[in-house]
Design a protein. Structure first.
Ligand SMILES: C[S@@+](CC[C@H](N)C(=O)[O-])C[C@H]1O[C@@H](n2cnc3c(N)ncnc32)[C@H](O)[C@@H]1O
Length: 294
């Protein structure tokens, strides 16, 4: 008698059998489970973006290929919903990042601006810095500095009426050209699933900053220390080619976060963007795939 075929359910791409770690309960504030949740969420949104891109490409013409891609996309979207979606991700991020960093990254930015005596200089002119805080989990991160910082917090999903629900990538370039004194991209570039969209984010930040304006960038440390495609030197070259001069940077071996402060300068006249237009393996071994493309 022929054996009955076993129908196994396809494993979720973030299930414990694949990641080796148990799924956290959405409400847990245990540091390792919040980190696991955040990683899982990133895996899911990256796969979702890949599948959406595949469906737009004419190369999958066969109906069954398209059908399989659509089904996988639906299943990924279900997994994202089951995890609680962007809302839960934001909640877990605010808990997890508090644990990892001992507070928000605004402290680092404020510390650096103080080193450059920016508050004192603004005081003399009665001016205030116009800050665009992209990816704001809280509305009042800069409230203590309201005398010299006029903050506009935005996010894909607003958690407070004062946070504008807005995709930075969809802001009007014309309306924002040279408008901002500071743009903060803290843990936002790594959230964006498509490497080209990450590059676009940095290019847009350049367009939207006034000349000499500041870009504050924060990334998880493994993005530069343990990526196949990104090293601190590669990031430095990429930023220079975009017209950013590094003023400060901070991370420590074994730490979790890396921070940079750049100043907008002129775009180099003989810049070469070729090295940043496709993925190049810079390190081999067991690495992550973080990459920024232009
Ligand atoms: C990990 S949280 C970072 C929050 C905070 N900036 C911090 O440093 O803790 C990333 C946030 O960026 C937001 N985000 C990602 N892409 C964005 C975009 N294109 N425009 C606006 N917000 C974005 C997400 O919705 C999410 O709330």
């Amino acid at each position: 008698m022929p054996k009955a075929k076993k129908h196994r359910r396809k494993a979720s791409i973030t299930s414990s059998s694949l990641t080796g770690v148990p799924l956290p309960s959405g409400s847990s504030s245990n540091p390792s489970s919040t980190r696991t949740f955040i990683r899982q969420f990133h895996v899911l949104i990256k796969r979702k973006a890949q599948l959406q891109r595949l469906l737009e490409e004419p190369r999958i013409r066969k109906f069954d290929e398209q059908d399989a891609t659509r089904k996988e996309l639906a299943s990924i979207e279900r997994e994202i919903t089951n995890l609680g979606g962007l809302e839960t991700y934001q909640r877990m991020s605010s808990i997890g990042q508090g644990n990892d960093r001992g507070g928000g990254s605004e402290k680092v930015l404020i510390g650096w601006l103080n080193e450059f005596s920016e508050p004192q200089r603004l005081c003399e002119t009665n001016g205030r810095f116009k800050l665009l805080e992209v990816g704001a989990l809280k509305h009042d991160n800069y409230a203590a500095h309201a005398s010299w910082i006029d903050n506009t917090p935005i996010d894909l999903h607003s958690r407070h009426p004062s946070i504008k629900e807005q995709d930075f990538l969809l802001l009007s370039e014309d309306q924002n050209r040279s408008k901002w004194d500071i743009i903060s991209l803290s843990l936002v570039v790594n959230f964006v699933p498509e490497p080209k969209h990450r590059g676009r984010m940095l290019q847009l930040a350049h367009t939207m900053l006034r000349s000499d304006g500041y870009l504050f960038l924060a990334l998880p440390l493994p993005c530069i220390l343990n990526s196949r495609y990104m090293t601190p030197e590669h990031l430095q070259d990429l930023m220079q080619n975009l017209g950013f001069t590094q003023m400060r940077s901070r991370w420590k071996e074994g730490g979790k976060m890396a921070y940079w402060l750049y100043k907008k300068t002129a775009i180099p006249s003989h810049r070469n963007l070729m090295p940043y237009q496709k993925k190049t393996v810079l390190r081999t071994g067991n690495r992550n795939n973080f990459c920024i493309l232009l």
